[in-house]
Ligand binder design. Sequence first.
Ligand code: ZN
Ligand code: ZN
Length: 345
Amino acid sequence: MKAVVLRSFGEAGNLKMETMPMPRPGRGEVLLRVHACGVCYHDVINRRGNLPRTSVPAILGHEAAGEVIEVGPDTPGWKTGDRAATLQRMSCGDCALCRSGRNSLCKTDNRFFGEELPGGYAQFMVAPVGGLGRVPASLPWNEAATVCCTTGTAVHTVRTRGKVRAGETVLITGASGGVGLSSVQLARLDGARVIAVTSSEAKVQALKEAGADEVIVSRGLDFASDVRKRTQGAGVDVAVEIVGSATFDQTLKSMAPGGRVVVVGNLESGMVQLNPGLVIVKELEILGAYATTQAELDEALRLTATGGVRQFVTDAVPLAEAAKAHFRLENREVAGRLVLVPPEA
Ligand SMILES: [Zn+2]
Ligand SMILES: [Zn+2]
């Protein structure tokens, strides 16, 4: 089969198409014919060698969607022809965390596609079925591929962790990225009033179209007073913090008493100063949100197929152009999401 193989960490040009042996599914696994694989900034970080669990040679890609063409032994529930999309990471399904539904925290099996597991930059890939969601028949492959990292994360963040309810006001920082646009749509769909924060004037229209009631253009230093004004001094009930350290202080100052801050991104990997007094007197809840569970991916795929949440796939390019796709992503030349399409086998 054809696959894009990374033989040494480094620049985008290290991603090269090669002929590789056909993988075979083992126990609890299926073989997928990959129809599309999203290119995520995570892949760029991985390619540079900054993810410790990846070793070369590697096949990157954790946003794959494809059709089951072979089912391994002892793999109930899946059959040839089923449509599937990958989760970012595995879980064992059996430990105390998994049994309480918190599969994204599983430590027994935390393998990632594109890291310990060969990923979707290939014509075919093997996937443990615990790492797959089901793609509705009406959902195009290019969209299905990007759902997990955008809408899947939003389902985990807005619903599971943030428990956003109808009538609440939700602040979303970094709202114009993939997770942000999905979170805006989902919070709105669930009946919340959405205040989106973006650093770019050019993104205002897209955010309004996604359903944001208010859009604040801010570089992150001063939006709290604006949020207070737009909520008649009350502050917001929930914040979806996608930017992280750069906006965290302003986000805390934007919260209503009893508010929930759900932290899902930390783009600059920075630290924050926290005034515990503010957390105490307002009884704020600060929650983390990490990855996606199988049930959340199924829900995200369903929401996308039924039109509740829209994907923003702006480009589908041949798999052979993976290096160019990485180059474009690194140089901020991609407006929405970009997917690679493997050649027909
Ligand atoms: Zn991703
Ligand atoms: Zn587990």
